[in-house]
Design a protein around this ligand. Structure first.
Ligand SMILES: O=C(CO)[C@@H](O)[C@H](O)COP(=O)(O)O
Length: 235
């Protein structure tokens, strides 16, 4: 956390990067209803803007704004203490959580929070999603863990996300009685993790209606994860 006075405007050398992030994060919010991860306004996406001349910033949606009305111009910019730096609307009510993750996990470039149905159902039970699908090994490198119950309004949710994911390969955490938070190298990676988190939550739930899903041996989880993270797709 910075000891300097909070920024009151975006530094000139970050203007282009912030504007690019605003457009990207605005566009990515359309993915939340597209993949049926949200109802109403119950989800948010942010991206870190790295600053080699001081504290990083984050770009996030304004609180309670319909996804139909989310534009690059509507996005707000905050510092990693959650203070508003630019924007004429209140930032997401989860800004403190996003900011805490960025402040304590420097490798994270994007954060997403949703209340997607199946992942949230697992969160309501406080049970981790076991690694019984190759897609889980690919994207999460193991089970999707559960984070502690935490009330919105301070950094307790962010603290719970960090204490759960730090040292884990998982890009998703099911905050108990609340819902999933996901991380990524950028906002698109965090959105992808949110989409796949909901997919495996649903598939494993359906599997359990048929019987007990079969675990994957750790050696196979490790090899699947390494392949997917380092070989899969276009390089
Ligand atoms: O879980 C909550 C509220 O309890 C939030 O995640 C909202 O569902 C989304 O809030 P905004 O981003 O619109 O402020």
């Amino acid at each position: 956390m910075s000891n300097d006075a909070p920024l009151t405007e975006v530094p000139a050398h970050l203007r282009t990067a912030v504007d690019t992030a605003k457009q990207k994060v605005a566009d990515l919010h359309a993915e939340l209803p597209r993949w049926e991860l949200v109802v109403w306004t119950a989800g948010n996406v942010s991206e870190r803007v790295r600053n080699d001349q001081g504290e990083d910033l984050l770009v996030i949606k304004p609180s309670g704004v319909s996804y139909d009305d989310i534009t690059a111009e509507a996005m707000v910019v905050c510092d990693l203490d959650g203070n508003l730096v630019e924007g004429d609307r209140s930032p997401s009510s989860d800004t403190a959580a996003h900011a805490y993750v960025y402040a304590h996990m420097p490798e994270v470039g994007g954060v997403v929070h949703t209340h997607s149905t199946y992942a949230t159902a697992w969160a309501a039970r406080g049970e981790e999603i076991p690694c019984v699908l190759t897609m889980m090994a690919d994207e999460f490198g193991g089970p999707i863990p559960v984070g502690p119950f935490a009330i919105i309004g301070d950094d307790s949710i962010g603290r719970g996300i960090v204490e759960t994911l730090r040292g884990s390969r998982s890009k998703a955490v099911l905050m108990k009685n609340h819902g999933p938070f996901t991380i990524g190298g950028d906002a698109k990676g965090a959105v992808k993790a949110a989409v796949l988190c909901e997919e495996v939550a649903r598939a494993v739930h359906v599997s359990r209606q048929l019987g007990e899903p079969l675990p994957i041996e750790q050696q196979h989880v490790d090899s699947l994860y390494e392949r997917y993270q380092n070989v899969y797709g276009q390089r």
